[in-house]
Design a protein around this ligand. Structure first.
Ligand SMILES: O=C(O)CCc1cccc(O)c1O
Ligand SMILES: [Fe+2]
Length: 312
């Protein structure tokens, strides 16, 4: 087994509400480098930890963690629609292994995934179906959440499975860092919004377009006094990256969900995918990590970071 890891932010506003050309070029360069490294590694399997944003998973049955044996991209924002190349039998084996490790996880034999999973696959591999993949969705957007220590346990269980494979495996985490796009909350939601959050699967094209227009509008004022959303927090982001790079994963067990929401925004919990990814890598042996890129980008509603790691 050889393992590499990449964790990066996603933002569906890339290409829809861009910052200045210099910043766009910087990010393009960071992504081109990451993609070239993936190409050179030539993974035989990608394990991707991703969030969902009320596209595949709703409050009619909201699981803390899900492994998919088959997955279709809904094609939201600018992402590619269609099936991912999920390794069905390996995904099923992984599910058994995680359950045997005392971590409860849901199983989907037909999951819809959104930009939270597909954008990173496209950016790092050129398409959503280039390599065999196992998608693992971690609820990071629809509270209540399982504690961070459980996310770490999940990652460790996945890592022990990966360690037994005779394959080159790329572990991905996608989302974060600090940010708060206008995703509605079920608590105190008006009837129509509550209905969407509970049972909003397969929205009409009009409903999807309206939702995307709201995100773009929020991006245009994010970080100004006009915005009601919690702003980006570069200090929080850089401290989190340092913790991962320095291998201080045990400190994550003390992370407080409400404090993170306040300090870094409600969607900062997408870093749960990074936590699982690093815990998985750490379970395969000691690692070396590096920060490839960081910038707080208001136009994209993203504390935007790229981090890489590999076994020593
Ligand atoms: O459509 C949505 O629900 C949220 C879109 C969205 C915007 C900015 C950063 C993100 O990570 C993100 O997911
Ligand atoms: Fe997101």
């Amino acid at each position: 087994m050889t393992v590499k890891l990449k964790c990066l932010s996603h933002t569906p506003l890339r290409g829809l509400n861009d910052p200045g050309a210099a910043v766009v070029a910087e990010v393009d360069a960071a992504l081109a480098k990451a993609r070239a490294e993936v190409e050179a590694f030539d993974p035989e399997l990608i394990v991707i930890f991703a969030p969902d944003h009320y596209n595949g998973l709703f409050y009619d049955l909201m699981p803390p963690f899900v492994i998919a044996t088959a997955a279709d991209s809904v094609g939201d924002y600018l992402t590619q629609p269609g099936p991912l190349s999920v390794d069905r039998s390996l995904a099923l084996e992984l599910t058994r292994h995680v359950l045997d490790s005392d971590v409860d996880i849901a199983l989907s034999h037909r999951l819809q995934v959104d930009h939270g999973c597909t954008q990173t696959l496209e950016e790092l591999t050129g398409s959503i179906d280039r390599y065999p993949v196992i998608p693992i969705i971690i609820n990071s957007v629809a509270p209540p959440f399982a504690p961070y220590r459980r996310v770490r346990k999940l990652g460790e269980a996945v890592g022990r499975f990966i360690a037994k494979l005779d394959k080159r495996v790329l572990i991905l985490g996608t989302g974060g860092l600090s940010h708060e796009p206008p995703v509605p909350l079920l608590a105190d939601a008006p009837e129509a919004i509550a209905e969407f959050l509970i049972a909003g699967r397969n929205p009409t094209p009009e409903a999807r377009a309206a939702r995307q227009a709201r995100t773009i509008a929020a991006g245009k004022i994010y970080g100004t006094s006009e915005s009601l959303q919690t702003p980006l927090n570069a200090d929080w982001d850089l401290a989190f990256i340092d913790l991962l790079v320095q291998g201080r994963l045990d400190e994550i067990d003390e992370f407080k969900i409400d404090e993170i929401s306040k300090a870094a925004g409600r969607s900062a919990h997408e870093v749960r995918t990074w936590v699982a990814a690093f815990a998985a890598l750490a379970a395969t042996g000691a690692y070396t990590a590096r920060q490839d890129y960081y910038r707080a980008i208001n136009e994209w509603i993203a504390g935007y970071g790229v981090v890489s790691a590999e076994q020593n």
